[in-house]
Design a protein around this ligand. Structure first.
Ligand code: G6P
Length: 477
């Protein structure tokens, strides 16, 4: 069973004009689909809108169970505690986290709702995989109700250093919530190490290697915390990129831009962690200095995200003013140096954009992994194109073929963009080949299998006994 804040669904307009929900196959679903279909597993999540929950659905053998959030819960739990407290705190306080007791109360309440639903749905001895910072209390809440299930938790975003984490007024409850799991997965070894340190400092627990000892009424339990870097469905993306229509679209994009000498590309959720302003600053200065040749273009796709959270509104204004300034200063009739697209595109169009680029710019100030970097690499079956990649992403640990950069160092960023643009085709191919090997070998299926295998090896007498005993009446799981 998967428990995640989001259900893998999209809202679409039905034939009668009414809104409907359609399952949407993202990377996580693709990876987990075979194992979930085999076991009849359920996926518990929220649709992303206030009001009644969609579903339940059966989609390709997946059982999707929607949970409802009220308008107030969306404000306090989702926009508040998740995205104005935890998100900035876990991304090294790039924005100032806000601490409000009402938001915390909503976080506890909503986490309870997810845990209840999981406890209700899980079969005896089931494996339950909880995802991300929105649901850190679920492992413990679930364990309190169901000692027979094996619980895994994966944190998709960074886990901050203790000096930062310690600001959280509810730091102890969060650590104790997470420790309800048998296995905790993080993107990087550094994240797992930060978590283990928080266990020692915030709760006074003893750790040995990657193991935490937790005392409970029935004795002690060991919890593992380790790195499992997430990935993408690389083969599927490569296949999309090779399609005739997608390659044709990539050529059309370059034509529509007026066949520029250099196409730079940025693709991000519009989020202050992504370093979009740093990137624009460097690009604007390179145009000022005339270091990119006469006709360079930057395509910046910024997909709308968390639009009611203040920090996101401010960032959008700043990005749009900056783009306007650069275009005003360096544009001409028939030429805009920045093509800014505040939109979300289907995967085919994304693949065409990746193929149309000469240099991909991935410059976050902090990012758990950054799957855009991996998507770009998987798309470049032609082994062309270069990647500028921030040191502060999880992906940087895996892609040494990229041009590494500290996005705070604007001068360094400018020089690196020029180097990446001037790389010889042979050198670019050598780098891209190495990155493609890594991404195709370490894809999302391998990530999921490695997490689930490790979780399956955690000794759990209760889980083994429950699975061997005759069914006790629970469904699904
Ligand atoms: C990040 C988080 C996810 C989250 C996604 C989109 O990737 O790790 O948990 O779902 O952003 O953000 P949203 O707020 O729209 O769910």
């Amino acid at each position: 069973m998967v428990v995640a804040s989001r259900l893998p669904v999209d809202r679409v307009e039905g034939p009668d004009g009414k809104q409907e929900w359609r399952p949407s196959p993202g990377g996580l679903v693709t990876a987990l689909e075979p194992v979930m279909r085999e076991t009849g597993g359920a996926w518990i999540g929220w649709s992303g809108d206030a009001g009644p929950a969609p579903g339940p659905f059966e989609a390709d053998g997946l059982h999707l169970v929607g949970l409802a959030l009220s308008e107030a819960e969306v404000r306090h739990f989702y926009e508040g505690f998740c995205n104005a407290t935890l998100w900035p705190l876990y991304h090294d306080v790039i924005a100032t986290p806000q601490f409000h007791r009402r938001w915390w109360d909503a976080y506890v309440l909503v986490n309870h709702r997810f845990a209840e639903a999981a406890a209700d749905q899980a079969a005896p001895g089931a494996t339950v995989w909880v995802h991300d910072y929105q649901l850190q209390l679920v492992p413990r809440m679930l364990r309190e109700q169901r000692r027979d299930v094996r619980i895994g938790f994966f944190n998709h975003i960074p886990f901050p250093g203790y000096e930062i984490f310690a600001q959280l007024p509810w730091r102890r409850q969060v650590i104790e919530g997470l420790l309800g799991a048998d296995l905790l997965g993080f993107q990087r070894r550094a994240d797992a190490a930060n978590f283990l340190r928080a266990c020692r400092r915030a709760v006074g627990l003893t750790t040995r290697g990657s193991t935490v000892r937790v005392s409970e009424p029935g004795g002690t339990r060991e919890v593992q915390a380790a790195a499992f870097p997430i990935s993408i469905d690389a083969a599927a993306l490569t296949e999309t990129a090779r399609r005739d229509d997608v390659r044709k679209r990539a050529r059309e994009i370059r034509e529509a831009l007026g066949e520029p000498d250099l196409v730079l590309l940025g693709v991000d959720r519009l989020d202050y962690t992504k370093g979009i302003l740093h990137r624009l600053r460097a690009y604007g200065e390179l145009l000022d200095d005339g270091r990119l040749g006469p006709r360079a273009v930057l395509i910046q796709v910024a997909s709308p995200s968390r639009e009611r959270v203040e920090a996101y509104q401010t960032l959008r204004d700043e990005v749009e003013v900056t783009v306007g300034r650069i275009n005003g200063q360096h544009g001409e009739v028939g030429y805009s140096p920045v093509h800014y697209l505040y939109q979300t595109y289907p995967r085919e169009e994304m693949a065409a954009l990746y193929l149309a680029a000469d240099v991909m710019l991935v410059t976050p100030l902090r990012d758990g992994m950054n799957l855009v970097a991996k998507e770009y690499v998987a798309t470049r079956y032609d082994e062309a194109g270069t990647l500028v990649l921030s040191e502060f992403t999880g992906a940087a640990d895996e892609l040494p073929g990229a041009f590494g950069v500290n996005p705070h160092d604007i001068e360094g960023l400018k020089n690196t963009i020029v180097r990446a643009a001037d790389t010889s085709p042979q050198e670019a191919r050598r780098r891209m080949r190495a990155m493609r090997r890594r991404v195709s070998e370490h894809d999302v299926a391998r990530w999921a299998a490695s997490f689930l295998d490790t979780l399956g090896q955690v000794p759990s007498r209760e889980a083994d006994a429950a699975r061997e005993a005759p069914a006790a009446g629970s469904a699904g799981g």
